[in-house]
Design a protein around this ligand. Sequence first.
Ligand SMILES: Nc1ncnc2c1ncn2[C@@H]1O[C@H](COP(=O)(O)OP(=O)(O)OP(=O)(O)O)[C@@H](O)[C@H]1O
Ligand SMILES: [Mg+2]
Length: 214
Amino acid sequence: MSVIALVNQKGGCAKSTTAVHLAYWLLHKQRNVLLVDADAQRSSSIWLESLEDTIACEVIQSPDLLLERIPQLAQQYDELIVDGPAGLSDATQSIVLCADLAVIPCQPSGVDLRSAADAVQLIRQAQASRNGAPLAAVFLSRAVKGTRLKEEAMGHLESLGVPILKTVIHQRQAIADTFGQTATVWELLGKASVEAAEEFEQLFQEIMALLEPA
Ligand SMILES: Nc1ncnc2c1ncn2[C@@H]1O[C@H](COP(=O)(O)OP(=O)(O)OP(=O)(O)O)[C@@H](O)[C@H]1O
Ligand SMILES: [Mg+2]
């Protein structure tokens, strides 16, 4: 039982996309997985309901309920994925107080890097009261290949002071299409989806490796 949360106050950085793909990937690794949708937009739970595979999902938005229910649900599943809301709300605080690992997707822009720094600060506060938990990691999300912005962002991420996942998830139409196609990249046809699936596979292996005992 581990609780992996996708957090970042910045909207559109791919928290829900990553959460849904991670839940799907874990299901296909024969893990008993539940996604907790903590976002008022409910995009990840609506998305999961639209998929052919059944992935358990619970919508929990209240900060108090998140604090109460996440540890309870974690007892019942191998992996709990929490899709955090936009905004550094009390709900995000509750999520990082319950998570084993907080993953911050970050787009390559100045505004996004600043938001990621705020998320890191919130995680640091939780770590101070929880003996160092949760673990934290950041990854570059929706980066456009071959741009200076991408190269600069990789450098700026280092200043956040949390481990940077080596895998970069690139901006790809195949990923943007998944929600509307009621699918994940693994179910879409074509070279672009295969490449996107390979990136997610690599990212998720890195994420799960962080949770393995040293
Ligand atoms: N790698 C990618 N390439 C192209 N489009 C992407 C990629 N990742 C996410 N998107 C698209 O970007 C938009 C925002 O993604 P998503 O909803 O996952 O972000 P979010 O962080 O959950 O946002 P919010 O904070 O509003 O909940 C969606 O339309 C999604 O399809
Ligand atoms: Mg979302």
